[in-house]
Design a protein around this ligand. Structure first.
Ligand SMILES: Nc1ncnc2c1ncn2[C@@H]1O[C@H](COP(=O)(O)OP(=O)(O)OP(=O)(O)O)[C@@H](O)[C@H]1O
Length: 682
């Protein structure tokens, strides 16, 4: 280690320290040595652990109790029983040697008992595994549902702000935490039992409590001096430029670079490059990390090893000092007790050290319920409001008033700057402009995925008494009143029928409605081509099949089976977009949609597909306000009631196609470029 600097963690958790290990940078937590801090941390996680235990009990009280009893048997009762029986056998044999005739009945009884205990433990272990699996999967499913519910409730703003909290949830860790606590508890009782047994044995054989203390020296020393790298949370980053270059040069052997490397005639350059680095002795620096992780202070390790021999020194000195009390059977028993105690105490101290971490893992799972939702909470007003029902039959009237917006992940950049725009009920509005000009952002604000940073979005005709800020309406009502179709929409890992049907969950099983939606989305032919038809599941299956020790190219029956498993149907990008569009058409069947936002859903569609989709969307516009984002002018913009031209987060022009062409500004320029390209290609 060449340099080390400690810094207080600016957020939460233990402080960290950074060190250099040859070509690596090592950042590791410095565990708190303050008991108070560790206690406070564990106490914060305690309510979550209590909730977890309650939920596990709810899975089945009898199973829960049986599991605890089995744990007690395995970690507390069985080790002492086994020790006691072994000790009895040894004592009987020893007395037999002394008296000339061992107690055959006693010996037989003890051996049979020991064998019965072994059989019982094997059976109990099996039961324990079965119970563990049952409880683990039960609590995992329960927590997965809890996490799913919370994640689905979360809006984009919330997810972005709490990315760390939502991303790394591993529900099974709750079970591991519970098992950790149960194991510690059982071991604690085991250790108590062992201590009682030791006292009984040492008293009856004339040995004092000193023996017990000597047995405990090694596990305690081991615990307080455990400084292995793997015992502390850490990060390792290779940041030496020469080492990185070597790694990158080695990566050029990958199949994907082969063509470029060969055609570029750079093979020699690459091979020479790796040799130069090798000559510079980089590998000696690279091994510092392994050396560090295997290190152990020599003096300390000698001390720890020697402390393990203290009980042996005790027997030896006892044999010399009290030869009359000398008993090989007792020494053998004490030796077994020594390793049993060492095992129990090391186990308890190790698991107690992990309490805070385990409790925090459980807390992280339940904390996901507490994530705040910036946009979706909404107000209490019903939409459409009573006074505006007539008007809203034609769609949604919208007014953006001085709206500015920055994404939470990049609050230094204004995606929208003081945008004001009035959209009348039932209008077809087309947003155009360069990449990054803020078109999609407007759509996202209208869909309530984000909240304006300043300004407001009013719903309802301007001046009407029931017109309100979008935030005041109930989120569920607004979601019912809007439909979106963008490139970001995906197919769900469900059957195509369900994918489309979920556009209107109430009519999800209505085959006719689903077929009609498929037709209007231009996806009916796609489905006809698929072997499984509407029952095909295009996504999903991830993590549901795996192999071990089998490769597809092996030519074995198992390999053929694997290839069969992996063979799945797929569709092109454009076909996928048609299927997603069909879901939007299905959504129209709810008859509650007043606003449709369409953000370039046609990027992968061929010209015919795009025309068909736009026409079908336009034809569905009765009772709806439609806002389209597009880069392709012509067909759609000519039908628009209003074209809004955007640049760098601001509106630069608005009007109909004819009006904007007459102004001969930004829109006319963009239109001219596209028309020229079209003429040139035709
Ligand atoms: N999720 C996001 N996080 C941070 N910044 C974003 C995010 N989405 C968009 N931006 C930024 O906001 C600005 C406006 O983006 P927006 O997607 O609204 O542009 P656009 O006009 O729709 O562009 P395009 O034509 O390329 O789709 C851009 O500078 C973009 O980089």
């Amino acid at each position: 280690m060449t340099a080390a600097n400690s810094s207080k963690d600016p957020v939460v958790g233990a402080p960290i320290k950074t060190s250099r290990l040859g070509v690596y940078r090592l950042v590791q937590e410095v565990p708190s040595t303050k008991f108070r801090e560790s206690w406070d941390q564990a106490a914060r996680g305690a309510p979550s652990v209590k909730r977890l235990v309650k939920e596990i009990i709810q899975l089945g009280r009898a199973t829960f109790c049986a599991y605890l009893l089995l744990q007690l048997w395995i970690y507390a009762v069985e080790p002492i029983l086994s020790l006691h029986l072994t000790s009895r056998i040894l004592v009987i044999i020893e007395e037999g040697f002394k008296g000339g005739q061992p107690d055959a009945n006693g010996l037989f009884g003890a051996v049979v008992m020991k064998m019965l205990a072994a059989v019982a433990t094997a059976f109990i272990q099996r039961q324990n595994n079965a119970l563990e699996n049952k409880m683990m999967h039960g609590i995992e499913f329960k927590l997965q549902r809890l996490v799913l519910r919370s994640k689905l409730r979360t809006d984009l703003t919330g997810v972005q702000a709490k990315a760390v909290a939502t991303k790394h949830i591993y529900e099974r860790s709750a079970w591991y935490a519970f098992r950790h606590f149960a194991f510690t508890g059982a071991q604690f009782f085991g250790a108590l039992g062992q201590l009682a047994y030791v006292f009984r044995t040492v008293q009856s054989s004339g040995h004092g409590p000193l023996f017990v203390i000597l047995c405990l020296v090694r596990p305690i020393l081991g615990i307080f001096t455990d400084n292995s790298l793997w015992a502390t949370p850490h990060l390792i980053e290779a940041d030496d430029p020469h080492f990185l270059r070597m790694k990158n040069l080695l990566a050029l052997g990958d199949k994907k670079y082969k063509q470029d490397v060969i055609t570029g005639d750079i093979v020699q350059h690459i091979v020479k490059g790796t040799l130069a680095i090798w000559i510079n002795g980089l590998f000696t620096l690279a091994c510092r990390l392994s050396q560090y992780s295997q290190r152990q202070a020599t003096t300390l390790s000698v001390l720890i090893r020697l402390s393990g021999d203290l009980p042996m020194l005790y027997y030896a000195s006892n044999a010399i000092l009290h030869p009359t009390h000398f008993s090989l059977a007792t020494i053998a028993t004490l030796q077994s007790i020594d390793s049993l105690l060492r095992w129990s105490f090391t186990g308890i101290l190790n698991t107690v050290r992990g309490f805070t971490k385990q409790a925090n893992r459980v807390k992280a799972i339940y904390d996901i319920e507490k994530i705040e939702h910036d946009a979706t909470n909404g107000g209490m007003a019903a939409y459409p409001p009573e006074g505006q029902e007539d008007e809203s039959e034609a769609g949604m009237a919208i007014e953006l008033k001085n709206v500015s917006f920055s994404y939470p992940s990049n609050d230094t950049l204004s995606a929208l700057k003081d945008v004001s725009l009035r959209i009348k009920s039932g209008q077809l509005v087309v947003l155009v402009g360069a990449n990054g000009s803020g078109k999609s952002t407007i759509i996202k604000l209208l869909m309530r995925l984000y909240q304006p940073t300043s300004g407001s979005i009013m719903l309802g005709a301007p001046g009407h008494p029931s017109t309100r800020d979008i935030r005041e309406y109930k989120s569920a009502d607004l979601r019912r009143a809007t439909a979106a179709l963008t490139q970001d929409h995906h197919l769900f890992p469900l059957s195509l029928a369900e994918n489309i049907g979920l556009g209107n969950p109430a009519r999800k099983d209505d085959g006719e409605a689903v077929s009609e939606a498929l037709r209007r989305g231009g996806a009916n032919k796609v489905v006809e081509r698929l072997k499984g038809g509407t029952e095909t599941v295009l996504e999903g299956g991830k993590g549901l099949r795996w192999g071990s020790n089998v490769r597809k190219d092996e030519g074995t029956l198992l390999a053929a089976e694997l290839a069969k498993m992996e063979k799945k149907s797929d569709v092109s990008g454009g076909e996928r977009q048609r299927l997603v569009a069909a879901r939007t058409f299905m959504r129209f069947t709810t008859n509650t949609v007043k606003l449709v936002c369409v953000d370039e859903p046609s990027a992968n569609l061929d010209a015919e597909g795009e025309l068909e989709l736009f026409d079908n969307l336009r034809l569905a516009n009765a009772g709806k306000t439609m806002v389209f984002v597009t880069h392709r002018f012509g067909h759609l913009t000519k039908h628009a009631d209003m074209i809004v031209c955007m640049k760098e987060g601001k509106i630069t022009e608005k009007g109909t196609h004819g009006e904007l062409m007459a102004v001969d500004g930004e829109y006319a320029k963009m239109y001219g470029i596209q028309a020229k390209a079209f003429e040139a290609s035709s």
